[in-house]
Design a protein around this ligand. Structure first.
Ligand code: MG
Length: 372
């Protein structure tokens, strides 16, 4: 049973190109399946989340991170009475616009574009992927996703100024996104904050002592684990702690969002859309813990000197390849050369680079930029 404020698939604003209904999958289930079958989705497997593959094969990549976000989103959406199919679809598609080499890659690509008076934004890029770049159907370009999925791609993590983005006018920029989309930004954070502590610990870049001292949410939960399992190996005590952190964040998001829905007398999807702020939120106590955890990860993990070399490589590879193709557009593949006749060259190069896996862009760098 869906809550009154959930998105009902029967009331979807529909697709750009109307399609006959499927006999046993609803429109959001079909959108989820279209995302899973997209090339850009498969490429997530070979894109860095935090660690490149050089470090180890068992750390998260963008695909396994995406699957974790989908798992957490389904759990929370079900508890809130939301549309689980829509929440899952938005989770699966949420990182599809990310370039290779994680955040370092994103920064480098944006910097290259700013040098041309443009910019790179992964949500806008994700929309271009599902609207245009994916070509699987004879009747239309792109995946022809429902309005609610496209809206969620744009609005799940940030607000866009309608004056600066006239091309996004159809996405109701002056109104809040549905709760299914609001969730995704928070489940994304739950997933990567806990996963990055896990991978950082596994990689021996973060010690248990450091985490206990620097991440306040961990200490009381660690003590509880120590009482329950005094003889367990450190690794398992850490896992048990992290499991409790994850549960605490998820439970708090469910409880606090339900309380906010209740307090704000939100009953319909229009109430969600018209409310002056986003309704999905942690309690102030857990929000403070979330911020402390994130700050800890920035100070001790994302900017860890052990990862600096990979970041420098990412920046060099992206900026040099971008410059190379700006100066040598004839070296672009033919479909991108054709695109450059209709669109500005930097945007075409940016689209090309953003779609690459870590592996493919490294090959391109060897081919075009490696000094002989
Ligand atoms: Mg993410």
């Amino acid at each position: 049973m869906l809550a009154g404020y959930a998105v009902q698939v029967e009331r979807s604003r529909g697709r750009r190109f109307p399609e006959p209904p499927h006999p046993y999958r609803n429109d959001f289930q079909r959108d989820r399946d279209r995302v899973i079958h997209a090339r850009a989705f498969r490429r997530l497997e070979a894109k860095t989340q935090v660690f490149t593959r050089r470090y180890s094969d068992h750390f998260r990549n963008r695909l396994t991170h995406t699957i974790e976000v989908a798992q957490i989103s389904r759990t929370i959406a079900a508890q809130l009475g939301l549309n689980v199919d829509l929440a899952e679809t938005l989770a699966l598609v949420h990182d599809i616009g990310h370039p290779p080499f994680g955040h370092a890659g994103e920064k480098a690509l944006d910097a290259a574009m700013r040098g041309q008076g443009l910019s790179f934004d992964h949500n806008l890029h994700a929309l271009r992927i599902v609207e245009d770049f994916e070509q699987r159907y004879a009747a239309f370009r792109g995946l022809n996703l429902t309005f609610e999925v496209r809206e969620g791609i744009i609005k799940h993590s940030r607000d866009y100024d309608a004056a600066k983005h006239p091309e996004l006018a159809e996405y109701l920029l002056d109104r809040r996104p549905p709760l299914e989309a609001q969730l995704i930004d928070l489940t994304d954070e739950i997933a990567y904050n806990t996963a990055d502590l896990d991978d950082g610990y596994e990689a021996h870049l973060l010690s248990l002592e450091k985490i206990r001292a620097g991440v306040p949410v961990c200490e009381p939960l660690y003590r509880e684990v120590e009482r329950l399992y005094p003889d367990a190996p450190e690794k398992l005590r850490f896992n048990e702690t992290l499991k409790r952190v994850l549960n605490r964040l998820v439970s708090d998001l469910i409880t606090n969002t339900l309380a906010r829905i209740d307090r704000s007398a939100i009953r319909t999807l229009d109430d969600v859309r018209n409310y002056p702020e986003r309704v999905a939120a942690f309690s102030s106590e857990v929000e403070a813990e979330r911020k402390q955890t994130k700050q800890f990860l920035y100070q001790n993990f994302y900017y860890n000197p052990a990862l600096a070399g990979e970041k420098d490589d990412a920046e060099r590879i992206i900026s040099q390849l971008f410059t190379f193709w700006m100066e040598n557009p004839a070296s672009l593949p033919s479909n991108y050369r054709e695109k450059a006749e209709e669109e500005r060259l930097p945007r075409v190069i940016c689209d090309y680079i953003a779609g690459m896996t870590d592996h493919f862009i490294s090959e391109q760098y060897e081919k075009y930029c490696r000094p002989a």
